[in-house]
Design a protein around this ligand. Structure first.
Ligand code: TMP
Length: 395
């Protein structure tokens, strides 16, 4: 792994602080966030990995059901799964609060979710849920209890797990011979194109490309047979995977196209990542200057969508509560708390909180359309947004 980007010292992106934590001057642990590229495997990953137990505990705040964009995307996929594959059993790795599986019959679903506060949600709704990390022990347990599984799905989860060999070995252990694995995660090509350096935080150990996924899968006799480009999470790829020896399924042209696009962007070359790093450094200067200029004019800036991505940006650019008054967010476990590192207050979203605000920093830039639709009144009244994607600007 050769380093190409240094995003400074960063706190764990989902460890929100309470008022008491601040009063007691609770010390936050910071980790050096550096990103590297492996020439051989084409994998891009952060260099200093934090143990899963520290990040995914019984207080994990992120809820995928908080966004209409995500729930809609899951619903469309669920319909496709039923129509095209009609599986007997669906195993979801990282089922969060059940946004995808709620679209299926209870007896068809197995959930795996290590964050106990989330696992309890699907469990209480009657879905078979394993509140555990995905590894070979759990895969063996699942297989002995339920037999082989004909559809495995995982969204925005595998990029959080350090040991990819263990992940895919465990998947290969339970997947039936003609079974399908569907995974989706942020796309490295989109991340590079959009200068979305905030896709990197302690939890996002990897940002995958088809180039890198292909290499890992090969080791386990698995292959991608189709890809779908998604708008979710700032640009993602959904990979449809089968066993290599399953000749009943043909490889779609989309796979060749995606590979061609990645190679055209020279994603197999280290120099591409150095170009990206230079763009990131410029982006930081531009964003800091933009905030500085607005604050000099005594204007009010707040943030919208207290994302893990915002934590990376704000800590990297050292933007604190002197320039950004507060964030608004809809997630109950993030609100009435303080953001990791910068200690900016996160208030429970109410439209009134946007009154008298001159600029809103789009923390959840990946939900720009959804937010713009919701905040028509703010926009009509002359309110402006700040985004750093693809370059810092006012919109
Ligand atoms: P994500 O980018 O990691 O999915 O997080 C999105 C965050 O933005 C999540 O904390 C919920 C928040 N959010 C709002 O507060 N209001 C909204 O309208 C949307 C779409 C998201």
């Amino acid at each position: 792994m050769k380093k190409f980007l240094d995003l400074g010292m960063q706190p764990l992106a989902n460890k929100y602080l309470t008022r008491n934590d601040l009063k007691n001057k609770k010390k936050e642990k910071l980790y050096h966030l550096e990103v590297g590229f492996d020439k051989k495997t084409k994998l891009v990953s952060i260099l200093n990995k934090v143990s899963s137990e520290k990040m995914f505990d019984n207080k994990y705040p992120y809820r995928s059901s908080m966004s209409k964009t995500m729930t809609k995307s899951f619903k469309i996929l669920a319909n496709k799964i039923t129509k095209v594959y009609n599986p007997k059993i669906i195993l979801e790795i990282g089922s969060n609060d059940g946004s995808l599986i709620k679209n299926f019959k209870k007896k068809k679903v197995i959930c795996v979710e290590p964050c106990k506060n989330l696992a309890i949600i699907t469990k209480n709704k009657g879905f078979k849920t394993y509140a555990d990390y995905w590894n070979i022990n759990l895969a063996k347990k699942v297989k002995s209890k339920h037999g082989k599984v004909d559809l495995i799905y995982s969204a925005n989860t595998l990029s959080h797990i350090s040991d990819l060999n263990s992940v895919f070995k465990s998947i290969a252990h339970v997947l039936s011979d003609d079974g399908i694995l569907i995974i989706e995660d942020p796309s490295l090509l989109e991340c590079l194109k959009k200068v979305a350096y905030d896709q990197f935080y302690n939890e996002h150990i990897y940002v995958f490309s088809l180039l890198s996924i292909k290499n890992i899968l090969q080791k386990f006799n698995l292959e991608v047979f189709d890809t779908e480009i998604l708008k979710t999470h700032g640009g993602s790829i959904r990979y449809f995977i089968k066993r290599t020896k399953n000749f009943n399924i043909k490889v779609n042209i989309s796979v060749k196209k995606q590979l061609k696009n990645e190679l055209r962007f020279r994603m197999d070359k280290f120099s591409t990542y150095i170009t990206f790093k230079k763009k990131v450094e410029k982006s930081k200067i531009k964003l800091v200057n933009l905030f500085h200029k607005i604050k000099k004019d005594k204007k009010k800036i707040i943030g919208y969508g207290s994302t893990a991505k915002s934590v990376t940006v704000l800590n990297y650019c050292k933007i604190k509560s002197e320039s950004l008054d507060y964030f608004v967010d809809t997630t109950p476990d993030k609100t009435k708390k303080y953001m990791p590192g910068t200690h900016i207050y996160v208030d429970q979203y109410k439209q009134d909180l946007l009154d008298g605000v001159d600029y809103i920093f789009l923390g959840a830039w990946n939900f720009k359309e959804e937010i713009f639709k919701k905040e028509k009144k703010y926009i009509k009244n002359g309110g402006k947004f700040i985004t750093h994607i693809p370059t810092p600007q006012i919109i």
